[in-house]
Design a protein around this ligand. Structure first.
Ligand code: ATP
Ligand code: LTN
Length: 333
């Protein structure tokens, strides 16, 4: 292996990916691929912590892979694989479960949020989700984990688990750092702009799916919730401005212009004009990705070849860590 630092990240195939997933995570992965050794997975084991329709999970897993590639991730240069194709994830997760405290898992915001939304199915997997995520990252000795802001708490617990384990057994794991994008780390819902944009939101008007038709995308932005003040201004932390702050952030992320510059352009203009331009900019950002996606998804064999080759590399790299861990805790090898 070369001496490039290692990156690991992934997305769950739990729904159609949103503009939030793209701006918060995948877009950043694309920009990192030349300078790091990157491993990106489809996190199907995580997906079943919430009830899913099996056929949907199966279809979406390859859709997510096709989308990674359509967004610009080069399958020749990066390792792309399906999490369940490497059993080391589940194996290391078991060991790490024994080094993680109930108390620290109880504090996880995502657990509290998902268990209140799925009160009929608060399963043990949902509770230990961050331990599996820690195993994903630590198996590959990742230095950096590019994610959106909502996942930073999970990166923190991963660091705590790694440090705890290292303190007992020596330097077994690299302690990873989370990497946030400069803009777009926390894209908000278009309908309730104080909540994050989420692919599992029951109201489809709240999110932009990367699979939406271009006219649907434009419509969703034009009908997004703003305020009655009529001033296009970025005011951090001001809840009444949450909708406009979000549209400015989205505009800045898709056009690569600073929020200050954008605000200057709209001095004295109304929300209607602004929303039209944001809609156009988002459509222009997603359109080429969609065209590429439509081409790639048609070739299932190509996608299967990529993920089977990826799984082979993933298994090879992760076995080194798993063996070391098994030896340290006293298992007969
Ligand atoms: P779910 O709603 O099923 O929990 P999700 O939309 O939150 O899913 P994940 O698969 O959990 O998506 O997240 C994949 C990546 O996208 C993570 O790095 C996450 O931080 C990032 N991400 C998700 N939503 C947003 C958002 N609204 N803004 C920025 N980044 C986001
Ligand atoms: N929990 C993440 C998905 C995920 C992940 C990971 C991200 C699972 N394992 C490892 C980075 C590294 C989420 O976005 N919900």
């Amino acid at each position: 292996m070369d001496d490039k630092k290692i990156i690991f990240s992934g997305v769950q195939p739990s729904g159609n990916l949103t503009l939030g997933n793209y701006l918060g995570a995948i877009k950043n992965w694309v920009s990192l691929q030349n300078d790091y050794r990157c491993i990106y997975a489809m996190m199907d084991l995580h997906t079943i912590t919430v009830r899913q329709t099996p056929a949907d999970v199966r279809r979406r897993t390859l859709e997510v892979l096709a989308l990674y590639i359509a967004c610009g991730i080069d399958p020749e240069e990066n390792i792309l694989f399906i999490q369940s194709h490497n059993s080391a994830h589940a194996e290391l997760a078991w060991v790490l479960n024994c080094y993680t405290y109930m108390g620290e898992l109880q504090r996880m915001t995502q657990f509290k949020d998902k268990s209140s939304r799925h009160a009929e199915n608060i399963n043990a997997g949902l509770f230990t989700y961050p331990v599996l995520m820690a195993a994903d990252i630590l198996l590959y000795q990742a230095d950096y984990v590019p994610v959106g802001k909502d996942q930073m708490q999970h990166i923190e617990i991963c660091r705590d688990i790694a440090q705890r384990f290292n303190a007992v057994y020596g330097d077994v794991f690299t302690v990873p750092e989370g990497l946030l994008p400069k803009v777009g780390a926390n894209v908000m819902s278009l309908q309730e702009p104080t909540k994050k944009m989420s692919k599992s939101d029951p109201n489809p008007k709240a999110y932009i799916s990367m699979m939406d038709d271009m006219n649907v995308i434009a419509k969703k932005i034009k009908s997004s919730v703003t305020d009655s003040e009529g001033v296009i201004e970025y005011r951090e932390g001001d809840e009444t401005k949450a909708g406009i702050n979000n549209l400015l952030t989205i505009m800045s992320a898709v056009t690569k212009r600073s929020i200050d510059d954008i605000v200057k352009d709209y001095a004295g203009k109304g929300y209607g004009d602004f929303k039209n331009d944001v809609a156009e900019a988002v459509v222009e950002c997603i359109r080429p990705i969609r065209e590429e996606y439509d081409r790639i998804i048609a070739d299932k064999q190509y996608l299967m070849d990529i993920c089977s080759k990826g799984a082979e590399s993933a298994r090879r790299i992760s076995q080194r860590t798993l063996k070391k861990v098994y030896k340290k805790v006293g298992f007969v090898l």
